[in-house]
Design a protein around this ligand. Structure first.
Ligand code: URA
Length: 234
């Protein structure tokens, strides 16, 4: 919400009064004087006028989990355990998943209560690279590399996937980088070239890499640098 609107939402404060107060340098956003009435302020920032707190900052949470196989990327399920059971109980009601993994898939899963941030992380248009270590039933051919680089036609969505890169590690194993994150994307891409994924592990999303020492089922907070690595605007 715009800073001027936050001020004028108070009883008896007009938009013009709010703009004058801001221009006079009497308003701090997150501890810094802000004279821009049009500044977008999130619920994770405080707003103070003089010594009066107009908005308290809500705590923002950014977590990574090393997802084990068998857990659903969901907040609740009657049949299977969910990834939410692996995060500290007091955070559970606040978090949502930023980019799901299939039940059998493992690796980096990110959870947050910051919707703007997670939208940027997962929006196909933002083109943040997602890196997966993949094992397949059949050997991965040069033709597959070529087809992935050209993009694979997804008839269901009526689109061609963005060019994806393959780094071959063994005949039936590769590191695959995609730039979207569509439903079952990696499995469907291999299926389109007549192959089948037998194991899928997400290693990294943009500037956020799953640390080798984080045990399966464990989670940790993202660092401020990892949070900041997601571009908030183009
Ligand atoms: N692509 C898939 O097919 N499955 C996942 O879990 C993630 C990406």
């Amino acid at each position: 919400m715009k800073l001027s609107r936050i001020l004028s939402n108070q009883n008896g404060v007009s938009r013009q009064q709010a703009i004058r107060t801001i221009a006079a340098g009497q308003v701090c956003v997150d501890g810094e004087v802000c004279t821009d009435a049009a500044r977008e302020v999130s619920r994770f920032e405080s707003v103070v006028v003089g010594d009066q707190v107009i908005q308290h900052a809500v705590a923002a949470y950014y977590l990574m989990l090393n997802k084990p196989a068998g857990y659903l990327s969901a907040t609740k399920d009657n049949t299977h355990p969910t990834v939410m059971e692996l995060v500290p109980g007091e955070l559970r009601p606040h978090l949502h998943i930023a980019g799901r993994l299939d039940r059998a898939s493992t690796g980096l899963l990110i959870m947050t209560n910051d919707g703007n941030w997670s939208r940027r992380l997962t929006e196909p248009a933002v083109k943040i690279p997602k890196v997966y270590r993949v094992k397949t039933l059949q050997p991965i051919s040069k033709e597959t590399e070529q087809r992935f680089a050209e993009g694979i036609w997804f008839a269901w969505e009526g689109l061609t996937t963005s060019p994806a890169a393959i780094e071959q590690l063994a005949p039936c194993e590769a590191r695959v980088t995609i730039f979207e994150g569509r439903y079952h994307q990696v499995k469907r891409m291999f299926h389109a070239v007549g192959n089948r994924v037998t194991s899928l592990h997400r290693e990294c999303i943009g500037g956020i890499t799953l640390p080798a020492q984080l045990p399966q089922g464990a989670c940790q907070r993202l660092t401020p640098a990892q949070v900041a690595s997601v571009p908030l605007r183009d």
